[in-house]
Design a protein around this ligand. Structure first.
Ligand SMILES: NC(=O)c1ccc[n+]([C@@H]2O[C@H](COP(=O)([O-])OP(=O)(O)OC[C@H]3O[C@@H](n4cnc5c(N)ncnc54)[C@H](OP(=O)(O)O)[C@@H]3O)[C@@H](O)[C@H]2O)c1
Length: 327
């Protein structure tokens, strides 16, 4: 397992991390324990969670399975940042996360999204104070636009506050827009990059290309809060055709490969990606990735062909989670 240092901090994260959106919900305690055990055996140390996952259940489940293993992991958690969420909210949110996680410090704490109402100075001053108090070791930013990240840095610089060490955002073969502004920016600012959505919520596994599957797997789009009709509009022939092309590339260039393997090989080939946060709603999905992907080196041919085939996916608006036209 390779590790990447985040910014100027002393925090090192494994190139793969565990996403816990389904922990305490679709993934029960026993499976969470199995996934964590196997992940640690593979050298994975980054665990990504949020206070909003399962209304706190994800953090609680993690708190239970991390007993006796806390010092082996880097916990990244987030607070749901929105208009009401000012200094008092963040101070209460961090205490609640610490309690659920059964720990006395968080390694990386992040606003889940930029706030539309709370001044960014108030958020940054609060995060800086939390670092000084030792409740968090560092903080990052999640789903921020490039100009917002640059502004955060400038404000921290001006005030002598701790700076964010990483940015977390969506990045995959179908959504490459971060390559335009975010990637050059994080390199320039020496920030880590944590990416989610490697499989574009399962789309890159090719499951929607199986006849009739778009009818019975629409729950994968649940977080977009769209109606079924709205969700199905994303599954256009052009998009499904591209996934089919990626399936062919995976089959042709990676022994035993497919579009899912290709999606990970491609991300792993990007040196600016500090860690790929793995997702899954079932234990076997994580275990399958551990077995077939985590130890593999990216296939250079597969990466070049996939890069070329998806080059136009760079040219779309940068999205955060709230922008519904995900594809
Ligand atoms: N910062 C943020 O705003 C943010 C946003 C989203 C996620 N995240 C983090 O990133 C993690 C991963 O995100 P993601 O869930 O969107 O990742 P993803 O890799 O794009 O999607 C994973 C989903 O794909 C489906 N899938 C189908 N076949 C699979 C297979 N063989 N192996 C694995 N997954 C398969 C599963 O859903 P079904 O079983 O339902 O089909 C699974 O939950 C989350 O757990 C969370 O920690 C962060």
């Amino acid at each position: 397992m390779e590790y990447a240092k985040l910014g100027n901090s002393d925090i090192e994260v494994s190139r793969f991390g565990i996403g816990t959106l389904g922990f305490g919900d679709k993934i029960d305690q026993r499976d969470a324990d199995t996934i964590l055990g196997k992940a640690l055996d593979k050298g994975i140390n980054l665990i990504d969670t949020a206070d909003s996952y399962g209304g706190g259940e994800s953090e609680s489940a993690l708190g239970r399975v991390l007993q006796g293993r806390r010092d082996r992991v880097v916990i990244s958690t987030k607070f749901w940042n929105d208009e009401q969420h000012d200094r008092a909210y963040i101070q209460a949110a961090v205490e609640a996360s610490l309690r659920r996680l059964q720990t006395d410090y968080i390694d990386i704490y992040q606003p889940h999204h930029p706030s539309s109402k709370v001044p960014v100075e108030e958020i940054l001053e609060t995060l800086d104070a939390l670092v000084r108090q030792g409740k968090i070791r560092s903080y990052g930013l999640s789903n921020h636009w490039a100009w917002q990240v640059a502004r955060v840095h400038a404000i921290c610089e001006e005030n002598g506050w701790h700076k964010p060490i990483a940015l977390e955002c969506c990045y995959n073969l179908l959504n490459r827009s971060i390559e335009n502004e975010i990637v050059p920016l994080v390199k320039w600012l020496n920030m880590g990059l944590l990416v989610y959505g490697a499989l574009h919520r399962g789309l890159l596994r090719g499951q929607y290309n199986e006849p009739g599957n778009e009818e019975h797997r629409p729950e994968a789009w649940y977080y977009l809060r769209e109606t079924r009709q709205q969700r199905l509009k994303h599954l256009t022939p052009e998009r499904l055709g591209l996934v089919e092309r990626l399936q062919d590339i995976g089959h042709s260039y990676i022994p035993g490969g497919n579009s899912r393997t290709l999606a990970f090989h491609w991300l792993l080939s990007k040196p600016y990606v500090s860690s790929i946060i793995l997702g899954g709603s079932k234990a076997h999905q994580f275990l399958g990735i551990f077995k077939h992907i985590v130890d593999g080196a990216p296939s250079p041919e597969a990466v070049i062909v996939a890069d070329y085939s998806t080059r136009e996916r760079r040219y779309q608006p940068y999205e955060n989670q709230f922008v519904t036209d995900m594809l």
